[in-house]
Unconditional design. Structure first.
Length: 194
């Protein structure tokens, strides 16, 4: 069951006109650069109870908040663990299918390594069936530090009916270079080819 604060206003509005770039990062950089990016949409994937307020520019139309822990299975962490579930991943898929690729999209988690990059991979794969491997390899080239949350990707693979292609693309990215994390956001096109 989602955490009680796992709500945002509905995402029914169509995206605003503008550049369709996707920015993926951690919370600190999202807060630092949000006004300059001026996103039309923000997707926050944070631990339950964590802050995720971001002062964005005037284009912001919706801020989707998904409160989950960055785990792939139930673990003991001292508080009730919220494992990413189908309902959480479905919110990313639903947004991807409704988004027309216009307006900048800012996706963040705590560090910009796992949950947010999984959401980015899922979003792009939902919009570009059959191009999962190309998307994953583009993400790896542009972000050697990323390591998309495997459970989220597996659930998306099932929801999208990709028969293992999305999960294989994620696993084919290889090992992340977490020591190569830059002080900048991962920028991806909203549409492929890039």
């Amino acid at each position: 069951m989602p955490a009680p604060d796992d709500r945002s206003r509905p995402s029914a509005a169509r995206p605003a006109a503008g550049a369709g770039a996707i920015y993926i990062t951690g919370y600190a950089l999202a807060r630092q650069h949000a006004a300059a990016v001026d996103p039309a949409y923000i997707i926050s994937l944070m631990d339950p109870g964590s802050p995720c307020e971001i002062a964005a520019g005037t284009s912001l139309r919706d801020h989707i908040r998904i409160f989950i822990h960055d785990v792939i299975e139930e673990v003991q962490i001292g508080v009730p663990c919220i494992v990413p579930g189908r309902e959480h991943v479905a919110r990313v898929v639903d947004f991807a299918q409704a988004w027309d690729g216009r307006g900048a999209l800012l996706i963040h988690c705590a560090a910009g390594v796992s949950r947010s990059t999984a959401a980015g991979l899922i979003l792009l794969a939902a919009r570009h069936p059959g191009r999962e491997r190309e998307i994953a390899l583009t993400m790896r080239r542009r972000g050697p530090w990323i390591s998309p949350n495997r459970r989220m990707v597996q659930l998306a693979d099932e929801l999208l009916g990709r028969n293992g292609a999305l999960l294989a693309a994620r696993d084919g990215m290889g090992t992340a270079d977490i020591f190569g994390m830059p002080g900048e956001m991962l920028r991806l096109p909203g549409r492929f080819p890039a």
